[in-house]
Design a protein around this ligand. Structure first.
Ligand SMILES: O=C([O-])CC(=O)C(=O)O
Ligand SMILES: [Mg+2]
Length: 578
């Protein structure tokens, strides 16, 4: 029997080696055609539709006369009208639906709105509203916004990838829906997350929309409510686990590399702990993979910590850190802090880890528990007697920084915040769990209970808060500060592997964007309004590190990487059609 192409050539390799043109004769190819869109079809194509903004000349050239009312509008006026209509909705979910409908109708206008009104619309297309949208995705679902790859497609994943209409994909965000934000297993309805994350890749990071591919892997769900919901859109079975799960993911990872080559970025998003660490460890040496919840969150929090030193005083190595939550975010952040201190002080990480303590659902992680701890928790099992709750852990460890990553809301109680405030002039409190309902405490609580002394940041946004006639500005320590610029830096430099030093570079680049004016307001993150400039700086620093490490393939290295990043970024302004 003739061997297939897949067997002849190991996964990965030179661009286009696996393109359809060089498929062996026994393999099927897809008969794609490219056609110029015009007339009614042009108005129905979200990539090219401009609605009332088609010019007189374009209306003639593209058979649009009569299909539009006479007025010729501008993109600015369209934007003004849409913002007005979105602001009329009271419910965030209605705003979300209006935005998704816009994306399906007129992609450039969608991105124009998102970029120009980022602070207002981020909480709509992203956390917290996207969480509610995922919970109700079965009822909201209208048209597929990404690829669904379920166990039904086992053995045929490569074929499924080839059904996606865009050819040059640069970034995939993939979830299996098992841990959507802090909301748990939402199965196939997790699709809202890759869709939302990729919208930010474009709006905040400048990756072209056509180069982004959202994917949901459906191996079932253990969410009984969804399994019994008549509108559920996923496989009606419990999750596949063990070998079956890992074989399926391996087929996916191999097919992606075979179809898109070595330089495709695969971002893992909202996988459960028990798979997230293993998948990252398994594929980081063979694929360009990035786990947003482990690495992106770590990088954004480290940036906030570096910036906060201006307000708290001391160096990173002078602080003591306590986490509530020892999953992907908690251990990921802890490891990156230990790495940064190790590099700065020339001390082995085994030693720098000692100032970092973690609490999980069973209490403080201590050496006595080593026998029963999961592998990713073991490095944090320091010598200490057992402590079984957070308040006692705060009293025992005396942290200057308290970070919540447990996915469980309202766990930073008044007593916990008061204890932090009694031990520190300026305690740093980060309530990172998402969406807002899962935040460990609110901004108002952190400021009130600490009598205005806490420096506070959260994963989902909180509005500014007035206390004792002073206005406080909570930070949003969310990985969306990092992943768009980080991924863009990888893509623009043709980088083929992610290295931890790139995460440190991204943290430093983000922290460097916080100015004295921000510090004066107690802020440890720069405003989102500047995010595209911030992303260009992050991308440049990440790319610089990639060139330094010899894993960037786009040669020669551009001399000014910030300028280069800015010049490559997608902009949503309408183009003229000939
Ligand atoms: O999506 C977000 O807002 C941050 C994140 O990755 C998560 O909570 O899983
Ligand atoms: Mg996530």
């Amino acid at each position: 029997m003739e061997s297939t192409l897949k067997e002849q050539i190991p996964a990965g390799g030179v661009e286009d080696v696996y393109g359809e043109d060089c498929a062996t004769e026994d393999q099927c190819i897809t008969p794609w055609t490219i056609a110029v869109s015009s007339g009614y079809n042009l108005l129905r194509d979200p990539r090219y539709n401009k609605g009332l903004a088609f010019t007189e000349r374009e209306r003639d050239a593209h058979y649009l006369r009569g299909l539009l009312p006479p007025v010729v509008s501008t993109q600015e006026l369209q934007e003004k009208k849409l913002m007005q209509s979105i602001r009329q909705y009271d419910l965030p979910l209605h705003k979300y639906v209006a935005m998704m409908e816009l994306e399906e109708r007129n992609e450039r206008l969608f991105y124009k709105l998102l970029i120009d009104n980022v602070e207002e619309l981020l909480p709509i297309v992203y956390t917290p509203t996207v969480g509610e949208a995922c919970q109700k995705y079965g009822s909201l679902f209208k048209r597929p916004q990404g690829l669904y790859i379920s166990l039904k497609e086992k053995g045929r994943i490569l074929e499924v990838l080839k059904n996606w209409p865009e050819r040059s994909i640069q970034v995939i965000v993939v979830t299996d829906g098992e841990r959507i934000l802090g909301l748990g297993d939402l199965g196939c309805q997790g699709m809202g997350i890759p869709v939302g994350k990729l919208a930010l890749y474009t709006a905040l990071g400048g990756v072209r929309p056509s180069a982004c591919l959202p994917i949901t892997i459906d191996v079932g769900t253990n969410n009984e409510k969804l399994l019994n919901d008549e509108f559920y859109i996923g496989l009606r079975q419990n999750r596949a686990t063990g070998q079956e799960y890992y074989d399926f993911l391996h087929e996916f990872m191999s097919a992606v590399k075979q179809n898109y080559g070595e330089k495709i970025l695969i971002q893992f998003e909202d996988f459960a702990n028990h798979n997230a660490f293993e998948l990252l460890a398994k594929y980081r040496t063979t694929h360009l993979v990035f786990n947003d919840d482990i690495q992106g969150t770590a990088s954004v929090v480290l940036a906030g910590l570096i910036a906060s030193l201006k307000l708290l005083g001391g160096a990173l190595c002078d602080h003591t850190f306590l986490f509530l939550g020892a999953g992907e975010a908690g251990t990921g952040i802890a490891e990156l802090i230990a790495l940064e201190i190790s590099k700065k002080t020339n001390t082995p990480v085994e030693e720098t880890r000692r100032k970092i303590w973690l609490v999980d659902s069973k209490g403080l992680i201590v050496s006595g528990r080593k026998g029963t701890l999961q592998a990713f928790k073991k490095p944090w099992a320091h010598e200490h007697e057992p402590v079984n709750n957070l308040l006692d852990a705060v009293k025992a460890v005396k942290p200057s920084v308290l970070i919540g990553t447990s996915g469980v809301g309202r766990t930073f109680t008044k007593e916990v915040v008061e204890a932090m405030a009694s031990m520190n002039e300026r305690p740093l409190i980060m309530a990172l769990s998402n969406p807002t309902s899962q935040a460990e405490c609110t901004a108002e609580e952190a400021y009130t209970w600490s009598e205005g002394r806490a420096v506070f940041a959260s994963g989902s946004p909180f509005p500014s808060f007035e206390y004792n006639e002073k206005l406080y500005f909570p930070g949003q320590a969310n990985n969306c500060y990092i992943f768009p610029g980080f991924g863009f830096g990888l893509v623009m430099s043709g980088t083929i592997r992610v290295h931890d030093d790139m995460l440190l570079a991204a943290s430093e680049a983000l922290a460097a964007q916080v100015t004295d004016e921000h510090y004066a307001k107690g802020m440890i993150y720069p405003p989102f309004a500047d995010i595209r400039k911030i992303s260009a700086h992050i991308a440049a620093r990440v790319a610089a590190k990639a060139y330094e490490l010899g894993v960037a393939t786009r040669l020669p290295r551009p001399a000014d990487l910030v300028k280069y990043a800015e010049s490559c970024m997608y902009t949503p302004n309408y183009r003229s059609y000939r």
